[in-house]
Write a protein that binds this ligand. Sequence first.
Ligand SMILES: [Ca+2]
Ligand SMILES: [Ca+2]
Length: 359
Amino acid sequence: MVSTPGIPRLDLARHRPPAALEWHRAAHATGISHVTTITMRLIAGLAFCVAVLATAPANAGLLGMQPTGTIRDDRPDASYLSLATNYPSVGLIQNPLFLASGTLIGADWVLTAAHVIVGVPANQYSFTVGGATYFGAEVFVEPTWTGSLYAGNDVALIRLASSVTNVAPARYSGATSEVGRVGTYVGYGATGTGTTGATIPGGVQRAGQNVLDVTADFFNGPGTPANRTYSDRILMSDFDSPFDPSESSIGSPNPLDLEFNVASGDSGGGLFIDFGFGDLLAGVTSFLAFGDDTANADYGDFSGATRTSSHVAFIQNTTGIAPASVPEPSSTVLLLTIAVAGGAWRSRRRFVTATERSA
Ligand SMILES: [Ca+2]
Ligand SMILES: [Ca+2]
């Protein structure tokens, strides 16, 4: 164990909600139209704040007992824990400051978030997977990482000092058709429900799902804070509530059966997508975004993950491991894809038009 209990979590500073959010709250109380409400939710989202998801380690007892990630109030914990058993390649990372998550992508390679790498010797990173704990030999941070969670470069690799032989590595994806698909987030973060937010420390593997509604550049616009640009190298989903559709900011307001939001400790965890050929690792959990002054992964908050498809060169050049090959779609599937994409484009266009009208 290389962790040091008691170090504060590394959440970024929490800011007051923007004026636009206050406007939303006031207007919503008057019962205005749904379209206008969505528009204002978007404006609130434009100024969202983010928090990194590394978390202070719980004590040993909690590590053995507590589940992870925020879940629907009306779904059993067991369903999320059960889903996680399909993703044995996602392991627990610990460094001297906090616990986080990572995914085994080769016998001795772990893909995680750049902000999980904290500048200590490689052998102070441990990775627990398949019932055993391994230690780092080298760490590699994406060279374009500058510390900005908005820039979409939050990925890093740990080369383990010894190989994992009892867990099949995940295959990572270079496919760029992630938006609109269902993603499965897997990690070791804190837990709670969409109503309470994350209130219980992490340390146990959990998985949940969400639709990857947009890439983060969707939020660039007049409401974006100065000197900030949201990157299209980030996949975003929102935590939809089964009780209140107005919690939704992007995509459908209806939650998936096992709707989920990442929370502290899920940093570096895997985001998996089935493009039709089995689950591939398509993202690395990077941050929790929020527009309500509470970075607690409650309903209405967002999950942000760095796309593996944006970092194939870094991953392949460092590890020698190529992305999974995704077969070319047949003509029928291709036509269907175009039809779906056309529908999404029309939907987005209406959305943007509504925004412009209200501005
Ligand atoms: Ca959602
Ligand atoms: Ca939504």
